[in-house]
Design a protein around this ligand. Sequence first.
Ligand code: CUA
Length: 311
Amino acid sequence: MNGPSTLDTYGSQTSFSSAGTGADATLVLTTAMSVAAAVIFLLVMGAVWLAWRRDRPGSVWWIWGGGVILPVIALGTLVVASTFTLAAIGRVDDGAPVIEVTGHQYWWDIVHDPEGRALRDANEIVLPLNIPVTLSLKTEDVIHSFWVPSIAGKMDMVPGRINRMTVTATEAGRFRGQCAEFCGLSHPLMAFEVVVLPQAEYDAYLEDLRSEARDADTAQLARGRDVFLNEGCIACHAIRGVAEGARLGPDLSRIGARATLGAGMWRMNVGNLAGWIADVQDMKPGAQMPSYNHLSGPDLRAVAHYLASLK
Ligand code: CUA
């Protein structure tokens, strides 16, 4: 099997270029703090140099100026600036459409229009370009933290609570997110992708979520679908029009359309899918899914091809 894909196949994961409103606010604060820290560092180095030359002005000025007044101004400004930034990140627009994101060990359940048609997907959050969307963040087990550095601020997903923030993605493209709170053995393997699409393509995506999954239209794909139905996969996974209702694992109705497998970790292809099904506990230690290493070679290939065809 392939290892984790190289960086260029992922969306970017950086706080230093912003493609969303929450990331904008964070970037301004980060830049201001970095510049201020650099200036203060240079001032301190200057003071060290003066002390080295034993050429210092009165020590009372140094104690009041450098020890009291300067820190009060610097830290006071920082408190005010970060309070405003936090408010910008956590802003909620009640009129915006809602996307519900639920953290699980170690994947993400995504529901568009949760109060209405409840259109379900997993591990890939599709957002409309330049339209405010409220993310409703929950968890079904332990504390996770939702973080897409290029789009939005970081927000925890806490058991028994719903945390919300409204974000506007301002650039089309693919951006990487990552769980930012230690949540168990495979916490570092709990990533996801955000795909920002222009309105027409976003509408087509939602239409896709309303439709049944693609037909198994060859003998091998039909065999793969039967393996999925008969080997117990349907206890945890749903595929629209094939087996619906199960919520313990990611919805697989369009798994083949996702760029990555295993919540942002591996490239989506038949080989990695087969490796995942046969040996998931090696690829993601502690995942709730057991390794299906009892499947015959032809059954494993068939089910991997079937899942890859769902797009
Ligand atoms: Cu979920 Cu760390």
